[in-house]
Design a protein around this ligand. Structure first.
Ligand SMILES: C[S@@+](CC[C@H](N)C(=O)[O-])C[C@H]1O[C@@H](n2cnc3c(N)ncnc32)[C@H](O)[C@@H]1O
Length: 274
């Protein structure tokens, strides 16, 4: 019985979040949402999800706190280096044939994946012809991405990942270190547009040549995954690339026929021309 009540409370809370603030988590994977809401309830000291919902409705400051629980900000620069190696060795040669490029990092978190791609594009001589879009629903994460400051003790892992991804320079060329932080060169952001954009509710971005969206759709249910893949299909230029990374696949998507496998192991797809 209490399980059933909790399910009702979750449904009502997600509905309230949507009606009050237009954040739509109703089609996120239920098990993960339940876990996260339980944790939020416990750590913020609410007796029940209904009490949390009441606070959320009446106190706008609760929104950012709850989003901190509902979204996962785990990331690394050059995370899964073989993905970046495949972009460098297999996708970049195609991108080099275009005079101008648009790249969308969807669900960019605090910017790790974005900086990795900008650095890779710089190393490959593509940065100057590229416009990057970095989007997320978590505004605190976006603000951190825009600042480009990371804890210095993360640099060892990022450097190692960069090297394994086929990096042609030293990662330390791109940041200055002070007081325990690595501050990334602001020229890396000069061709980046940061935007608060939700994959659940917002519209397409036009004519992208590469969309990288990794470790985001794993939090969505099948219905929402399909919506998002449709959004990506409609946002890609003809023959544009979609990189999902190892944990996601298009295999079961309603839109699978719009894409061809490009690098199977890395879940990099190419939009078919129609
Ligand atoms: C685990 S991080 C992935 C970061 C990076 N892409 C990577 O692979 O390292 C997931 C990100 O997706 C964002 N996110 C969750 N739901 C989203 C949505 N509906 N629209 C856009 N971003 C979303 C979260 O805020 C979070 O920053």
């Amino acid at each position: 019985m209490s399980e059933k009540i909790e399910e009702i409370e979750i449904q009502l809370l997600l509905e309230a979040l949507h009606l009050r603030y237009h954040y739509d988590f109703r089609n996120y994977a239920p098990a993960s949402i339940k876990r996260r809401l339980r944790l939020a309830c416990e750590q913020m000291g609410f007796a029940s999800l209904s009490a949390l919902q009441d606070s959320l409705l009446h106190d706008p400051q609760m929104l950012a706190r709850l989003l901190g629980y509902l979204t996962v900000q785990v990331s690394e620069m050059f995370r899964d280096p073989s993905y970046f190696r495949a972009i460098r060795e297999k996708v970049v040669p195609h991108l080099k044939t275009y005079p101008s490029l648009k790249v969308w990092v969807a669900g960019c978190s605090e910017g790790e994946e974005l900086y990795a791609l900008v650095i890779l594009f710089r190393e490959e001589g593509l940065e100057e012809r590229t416009l990057f879009y970095a989007t997320d629903i978590n505004q605190e994460a976006l603000a951190k991405a825009q600042a480009g400051i990371f804890a210095l003790d993360r640099m060892q892992l990022f450097t190692e990942n960069h090297r394994k991804s086929g990096g042609k320079s030293s990662l330390s060329d791109y940041y200055s270190a002070a007081y325990g932080y690595a501050s990334f060169d602001k020229t890396l952001r000069q061709r980046v547009v940061f935007a608060d954009h939700s994959l659940t509710t917002d519209a397409v971005f036009g004519e992208m040549h590469l969309i990288s969206c990794r470790n985001v759709m794993i939090y969505f249910d099948r219905v929402l995954q399909d919506r998002v893949v449709g959004l990506f299909r409609d946002s890609l230029a003809r023959k544009g690339f979609l990189g999902l990374g190892a944990k996601e696949t298009l295999r079961f998507s309603d839109h699978a026929s719009s894409f061809a496998d490009f690098v199977c192991e890395e879940k990099i797809y190419q939009r078919c021309s129609e």
